[in-house]
Design a protein around this ligand. Structure first.
Ligand code: FE2
Ligand code: FE2
Length: 177
């Protein structure tokens, strides 16, 4: 499996969850809570591992730097929307609106990723590299899933730092645990 196939597989799953989310009845509290938890459990490890494995490889290369940083920004925006949805009360009338915003933001992001970003990555990485990246991605994801919110946030900060510093940051973090 290549990194592109591994990411696409997750994208299909999250799109299905988002469709379920916006189709919910307003008072279906339990299901809404479940779907949001599931999106969070899938989306955050996906995004962190994707940043660590693919975005960080891309942004080392001049040709792909901007597109990788654009992806980072969209991850932050989607995660902020997800957190605010989780904090919203069911009686909040803008809940559905925010759910649609999240769905649209993530679908747009996936389109960008599978389009522009994959096209550039496929020009820059060999088939063997794409397979190795998929293995790294699948290894990393469950580890991130086990971490709490604070560590996942630190991972995002580390992924955003220039790789030279982020390596240091990650080492520091491991020794701290
Ligand atoms: Fe993705
Ligand atoms: Fe992404």
């Amino acid at each position: 499996m290549t990194i592109y196939e591994a990411l696409e597989k997750d994208h299909v799953a999250v799109k299905k969850l988002l469709a379920d989310l916006v189709a919910l009845n307003k008072d279906d509290d339990q299901r809404r809570h479940q779907i949001l938890e599931q999106i969070k459990d899938d989306l955050i490890p996906h995004a962190r591992a994707e940043e660590a494995v693919l975005y960080n490889s891309l942004r080392m290369l001049d040709k792909a730097k901007d597109i990788a940083m654009h992806g980072f920004r969209e991850h932050m925006e989607a995660e902020a929307l997800l957190r605010s949805l989780q904090a919203m009360d069911k009686l909040d009338t803008s809940w559905k609106e925010t759910a649609w915003k999240l769905k649209e933001a993530i679908e747009h992001h996936i389109q960008d990723e599978e389009g522009r970003l994959f096209t550039i990555a496929k020009q820059l990485f060999t088939q063997d590299e794409a397979v190795a990246m998929a293995e790294a991605f699948e290894t990393l994801k469950p580890k991130i899933k086990e971490e709490g919110f604070v560590q996942q946030t630190l991972d995002m900060v580390a992924n955003l730092m220039p790789p030279r510093f982020s390596q240091k940051f990650k080492t520091f973090d491991i020794t701290r645990r």
